[in-house]
Design a protein around this ligand. Structure first.
Ligand SMILES: [Zn+2]
Length: 127
């Protein structure tokens, strides 16, 4: 479920993870964001100037979390402004072919592991 190709912007070697699911791919060599669904992998944007600090866990890293071997297949940096203060956090998308997806979120040194619900929650179904 991964494919290797050269970056269409700089020629650097790339690995597309979660092929068929990923919509875009960021080149770690030049900062180009490529279209993962287009077989010609056209450049969509440049991210390097906006990203700032590199991710704490590189894309493609594998590790065991709560007994499951998971691979980092994506990452997004998010932020919100509240009362004039900007709070930011990083969300890592983890994947295992048998276990599915998990989100691991890092904010100011604190980590959360989350699993997407498979069904819509109903009122009073908590606990
Ligand atoms: Zn590149």
């Amino acid at each position: 479920m991964s494919a290797r190709f050269d970056c269409t912007a700089c020629g650097g070697p790339l690995i597309l993870r979660a092929e068929g699911v990923s919509e875009s791919l960021a080149c770690p060599h030049c900062g180009a964001v490529l279209d993962a669904r287009d077989p010609r992998h056209q450049v969509l944007a440049k991210y390097r100037a906006k990203l700032g600090e590199p991710p704490l866990i590189p894309i493609g890293a594998r590790g065991t979390v709560r007994g499951d071997l998971l691979e980092v297949v994506g990452m997004q940096r998010r932020a919100v402004r509240y009362s004039g203060v900007i709070y930011s956090w990083d969300e890592y998308l983890l994947w295992n072919p048998y276990k599915g997806y998990r989100w691991m979120v890092e904010s100011n040194g604190h980590w959360l592991l989350m699993k997407t619900l498979e069904t819509k929650p109903t009122e009073g179904s908590g606990g």
